[in-house]
Design a protein around this ligand. Structure first.
Ligand SMILES: Cc1ncc(COP(=O)(O)O)c(C=O)c1O
Length: 376
């Protein structure tokens, strides 16, 4: 029998009493939109991340859009994004009316390559048609981007940094957690994320009270302090109260789950180092292990052999954003971002969740070792 790629059923079984009780409480009090669980979640999320403020929103995509809108980023503005990520990163830039400028990624960490970023910024400045405004970093697969290098480039060029922490919530650089690595962080609580709800959800983090006010206004149609007054163009980007209730239950065990993810990643590392290229790690940095992504030759054959043994895998991402039909107009086509294009043919994500027992993890490693050796 095949194992699940992410085992949300075991997680629910472990947390059932708490989750059911919190959902029942929402059904009882009836504040389905902006109920008390929303502000409780915001307080607990901010505390967890070590940020001053968090606001709960409807999805990770809306979190990014809201972050861009709050900076008045729009038509004529260039926003630098890695191409090797989920399409929502560049999608939010387009939804705001700005232009995504794609950068390549590091071939080991799969995160934004600072040198390539600096080159792309110089190119946009030299062309003179777009105004460079912001960089959206992505903590791909849960590993924080190279903020030390990116911050220097951002400062030098007067650019605002937004962390797309959709996959990174729970990770840290030293003792600074995702939520505090950039002036604004957007995250996602899509069910498959390290901290996931039972539908769509997201959050935005900042230490700046003025930004928080703008986020709150944009989240609900652009209202001002007075509910009769619309002071800006806004969204309907509220999180449902029931999703906040689910997240409160899951947040209470998130620390333990992160440790379990890290143990699984260490087991994989120990067993697979001689077999495949392991996920990149950065010194002093912990990953939230949204995905455990290796690099292999003959990926499809390896994937099929693992599947035959009952072990599902996934490919994130088979096509870098600049080669996606909807985004080709913003890039320079095949060959323009070579590390990302090469990764797209090699990456393979293994089952990763906090409820996997060690015996199953060992069997996955055995199966992968056989699969790779057969292909040699
Ligand atoms: C890197 C990245 N950015 C943005 C998003 C968008 O989040 P959501 O699906 O909650 O809109 C996701 C997740 O799907 C993601 O992985």
């Amino acid at each position: 029998m095949a194992i699940p790629f992410i085992d949300l059923k075991s997680q629910y079984a472990a947390l059932k009493a708490d989750i059911d009780g919190r959902i029942a409480a929402v059904l009882d009090h009836g504040a389905y939109v902006m109920g008390p669980e929303i502000s409780q979640l915001e307080t607990e999320l901010a505390e967890f991340a070590g940020a001053k403020h968090a606001i709960a929103v409807s999805s990770g995509t809306d979190a990014l859009l809201l972050a861009l809108m709050a900076e008045d980023i729009g038509p004529g503005d260039a926003v630098f994004v890695p191409t090797f990520t989920f399409a929502a990163t560049a999608g939010a830039v387009r939804l705001a009316g700005a232009t995504p400028v794609f950068t390549d990624v590091d071939p080991v960490t799969c995160n934004m390559d600072p040198d390539d970023l600096a080159t792309r910024i110089d190119q946009v400045v030299a062309q003179g048609t777009l105004k460079p405004r912001a960089i959206i970093t992505v903590d791909l697969f849960g590993l924080p981007a190279d903020y030390a290098a990116i911050d220097v480039i951002a400062e030098h060029n007067g650019l605002f940094v937004i962390d797309d922490g959709a996959q990174g919530f729970g990770a840290a650089v030293g003792d600074r957690r995702v939520g505090t690595l950039a002036p604004v962080t957007a995250t996602s609580f899509f069910p498959a994320k390290p901290l996931g709800c039972y539908g769509d959800g997201g959050a935005v983090f900042t230490n700046d009270p003025d930004r928080l006010d703008r986020f709150k206004s944009i989240r609900v149609h652009g209202f001002g302090g007075d509910r009769n007054e619309i002071v800006r163009i806004g969204l309907n980007a509220r999180m449902d109260t029931i999703q906040a209730a689910v997240l409160l239950a899951k947040l209470s065990v998130f620390e333990t789950e992160l440790a379990a993810r890290d143990s699984l990643a260490t087991l994989y590392d120990d067993r697979l180092g001689d077999v495949v290229q392991l996920p990149g790690r950065s010194p002093g940095t912990t990953s939230a292990w949204a995905q455990y992504t290796i690099q292999v030759e003959h990926r499809q054959a390896v994937q099929e052999r693992l599947k035959a043994d009952g072990f599902p895998t996934a490919v994130y991402y088979a096509i870098p954003t600049h080669l996606q039909p909807a985004y080709q107009a913003f890039g320079d086509g095949p060959g323009s971002l070579p590390n990302s294009e090469r990764l797209a043919g090699r990456v393979l994500s293994l089952p990763m969740h906090p409820y996997m027992d060690e015996a199953t993890a060992e069997q996955i490693c055995d199966s992968l070792t056989r699969a790779v050796n057969q292909g040699r």
